[in-house]
Structures are given as C-alpha cells and as structure tokens.
Design a protein around this ligand. Structure first.
Ligand code: ADE
Length: 247
C-alpha cells in the first residue's frame, strides 16, 4: 500500500511512521510512506502557501494552488481515482470498520491542513473523503493522518507478525478486548485469575469471551447494539447487569 501525505511538515510524518511496527513494514516493502511537502509546489517566489480569508476573520488559510499542484504531482502518476482523504473535525468519525475498508485500497492520499483551514475550492476539486479522529480540534491534520495510517496498516496482511495478531483486538467483533496477565503469578498481592493457569483452552476461551462481554457492557454499552453477540450471550449480559444493579 502506498500512503501519500500532502503536508507542510513532511519530517513530522516521516519520523513517526518509520519507527517500530510500521517502520518494519516499510523495510519489508509492505507499505510505503511518501510525504509530499506542499510548500515545494508554491508558485510564489517566497514559497508562500497561505493567505488571508476573504470576508475577514482570524488566521490564515492554505491556498488552493500549491495544494492542487502537490495533489496533481501524485495523481499524474497514479491516476485521478485514488481516494483523497482530508483530515478535518467536520468529517465522518474514524472507526475500526473504516480502517478495514481503507486497507483494501492500493494507494491513499491524505491531505493535512494547517492554519485555519484550506480554500474550499480545492477541497471540492480533489477530496473524496472527509475524516475526523474525534470531537476535538488539533493544530493540524498530521497527527490525525498518522493515527489513520497506523490503524489502516495493522489491517494489511503481513504488517503484523503472528505474535502481534489483530485477532482478539478490541472492536474486532464489535466488543472490547478481555483483560490480560503476564508473569509473575502474584504481583502486589494480586493473583492472576485461576482459570488462565488451568491449561484448558476451551475454558480459557469461554472466560475471555465473557470478560469481553462484561467489559463492553460496563464501559461501552453503545457498542453492544452492533456487536456480533449470540442470543445466549445477550441473555448472559442482561443477567450480569441485573445482578450488578442488585449489588
Ligand atoms: N484537524 C484538526 N482536528 C482534527 C480532528 N479532530 N480530526 C481530523 N482532523 C483534524
């Protein structure tokens, strides 16, 4: 998968995405990170990329021309049907499901805004998807793009090695992940749940599934509506919540 990132801060993106698991995926040739500096495409002699908004108001806007030409430098090679994702708090809120869908693409373009935003006309011209990473405002689109690229990359076959498998992830089947424990068996006076030491894989699996159901019911009950839960599991949750109320 080729990730093209249109940004005024290419080093920020390159440094962060070329370490750890994603760095290894880059080395293995499974993903490529192509950070494109929008400033390199400014037609202005001082390489200016921003200007005042018409109608007044605070701050500066990114101008249409450098953004468009930076985008065109990519699509001249790839064709114009590559999805171009604009990072904005006004977009659809990013989710695990969206990460899985974007992971099916061969190339993606991310447009990262800075300043107060981007001239609307170039957004109309090039953007296919507007995505937000949550209801808060950041100083630019770079961190959101990195968040998306990290979540998407994990869904690409070969990026995670066996020991890091995405199986059992929170949200995998719409539920939160069960709690996990490592050595020692007793730490700070707290023992690991006995069932995990039993060696009985069927029992361990059943316990973990129950813990996922309980966690989701406690912490994110909103997820249960669209989670993959059997009628028997639904009854288990209702029973758990009824008992909890009594306590
Ligand atoms: N740019 C600034 N804030 C953002 C957010 N929450 N999501 C995506 N892009 C952004």
């Amino acid at each position: 998968m080729d990730f093209h990132i249109l940004t005024l801060l290419p080093e920020m993106v390159e440094n962060a995405l070329e370490t750890s698991v994603l760095g290894r995926a880059v080395e293995e040739g499974i993903i490529r990170i192509n950070a494109v500096n929008i400033r390199d495409f400014s037609a202005e002699k001082h390489h200016k990329v921003d200007d005042y908004p018409y109608g007044g108001g605070a701050g500066m806007l990114m101008q249409a021309q450098p953004v468009y030409d930076a985008w065109k430098s990519i699509t001249d090679r790839t064709g114009k049907d590559v999805r171009c994702i604009y990072m904005t708090p006004q977009g659809r809120v990013f989710s695990q499901q969206m990460a899985k869908e974007f992971a099916l693409e061969e190339e993606l373009i991310f447009l990262c805004g800075r300043y107060e935003g981007v001239d609307e006309r170039v957004l109309e011209e090039i953007v296919t998807d507007e995505v937000s990473i949550g209801d808060y405002v950041l100083t630019g689109g770079e961190l959101p793009a990195m968040v998306m690229i990290d979540a998407i990359s994990r869904m690409i076959p070969g990026v995670l090695h066996n020991e890091e498998s995405a199986e059992g992830d929170s949200f995998g089947d719409g539920l939160l992940e069960y709690p996990q424990y490592s050595r020692p068996e007793i730490w700070n006076g707290k023992a690991v749940p006995k069932i995990l030491l039993s060696g009985d894989h069927a029992k361990v699996d059943a316990w973990r599934r129950e813990q996922s159901l309980i966690r989701t019911a406690d912490r994110r009950p909103d997820l249960l509506e669209s989670a993959h839960v059997s009628p028997k599991e639904k009854a288990f949750i209702e029973n758990y919540l009824a008992n909890k109320k009594d306590r």
